[in-house]
Design a protein around this ligand. Structure first.
Ligand SMILES: NC(=O)c1ccc[n+]([C@@H]2O[C@H](COP(=O)([O-])OP(=O)(O)OC[C@H]3O[C@@H](n4cnc5c(N)ncnc54)[C@H](OP(=O)(O)O)[C@@H]3O)[C@@H](O)[C@H]2O)c1
Length: 296
């Protein structure tokens, strides 16, 4: 297994806080479709295992119904609170954001989270409503219940609404991001507005959409850097200042991913992946909200 002390770098956010540039998620494979009260021991064990490997950045959401498991894993791992970076998100209870965060904190067993996100913009198409929700997010930051506030799955036009008149601009936007879904121009938009980019599903080209135009490049780079294709994909994010989050129930995989911290891709290699990746389009999440040809 990779050296567990391999340090994960931090990215400075616009509000002065820092986020570790690789996170462990308690959604996707851990997402509970049934009774939230039925505790998933495997999820608790995985959170603990990931923390043991050094994944101090943990990503949760009320809608995953696994905040209790995440909280139990955090507690059992006994890592100093200030070393952890815990995210959760609101969407099911978007009608009452202050209460949603308080409920999440109770389940997590924490007095504050490091990052609180609006999970998606699809609850409303009304600018004023989005701005009103953002005011509630700002209030929670003022109350100290979250250190930072941000968005997830927002498009630039929707972020414009939030940025207009915000007391605290969103520090981050968590989006599906991989070579087959690059959302032309979004990284530039984020940089221009000091919004960091967080990527989920960054392993898509080797998982759900395997067999594609970047395969040969991934194989050549894996050989060059003596790592697996997943590590190349994680590094492709990190070298563009994008924070990837992943998940796995397998210790070996999570340990291997830490090798992404041991090398750097050249700008030319990033460009090669970008160009080849644009030859294929694949979206794995929120597909019911987008037309098949919509690459935003
Ligand atoms: N904001 C949002 O809307 C949103 C949406 C989706 C996800 N997320 C967050 O992002 C986190 C990461 O989820 P993700 O879906 O983005 O993770 P991902 O890193 O793209 O994929 C991880 C999944 O792929 C599997 N996998 C890894 N390598 C594989 C391989 N070589 N062959 C086959 N399967 C392989 C893993 O299974 P094993 O367990 O077998 O390793 C795991 O289930 C989630 O937990 C959640 O916190 C957020």
């Amino acid at each position: 297994m990779a050296n567990i002390h391999t340090p994960i770098p931090n990215l400075k956010l616009s509000d002065g806080n820092s986020i570790p540039m690789l996170g462990y998620g308690t959604g996707t494979a851990w997402y509970k479709s049934g009774d939230e009260g039925k505790i998933d021991q495997a999820c608790i064990d995985s959170v603990k295992m990931s923390l043991g490997l050094g994944y101090y950045h943990q990503d949760g959401a009320e809608v995953y119904k696994t905040e209790t498991e995440l909280g139990a894993g955090l507690k059992q791992a006994s890592i100093a609170r200030e070393k952890l970076f815990v995210t959760t998100k609101v969407i099911s209870n978007i009608s009452d954001i202050p209460n949603a965060l308080r409920t999440s904190l109770k389940k997590l067993g924490l007095s504050y989270v490091d990052l609180y996100l609006i999970h998606s913009p699809f609850f409303s198409e009304d600018k004023a409503e989005h701005q009103q929700k953002w005011k509630q997010m700002e209030q929670l930051k003022d109350e100290g219940l979250t250190k930072s506030i941000g968005l997830s799955n927002y498009l630039p036009a929707q972020m414009d609404w939030i940025l207009e008149g915000a007391k605290y601009p969103p520090v981050i936007n968590q989006i599906e991001f991989h070579p087959y879904l690059q959302h032309e121009g979004i990284l530039e938009y984020h940089k221009k507005h000091n919004v960091a980019t967080e990527a989920y599903a960054s392993l898509t080209p080797v998982t759900k959409a395997s067999g594609g135009p970047i395969d040969d490049i991934l194989a050549a780079l894996s050989k060059k850097y003596a790592v697996g294709p997943s590590e190349i994909l994680l590094r492709w994010c990190i070298d563009q200042d994008v924070v990837p989050i992943t998940t796995s129930g397998k210790e070996q995989r999570l340990s291997d991913y830490l090798r992404a911290m041991t090398f750097k891709l050249t700008p030319k290699e990033i460009q090669q992946i970008n160009e080849a990746g644009k030859q294929k389009h694949f979206r794995g999440f929120w597909t019911h909200k987008y037309d098949e040809k919509d690459h935003r």
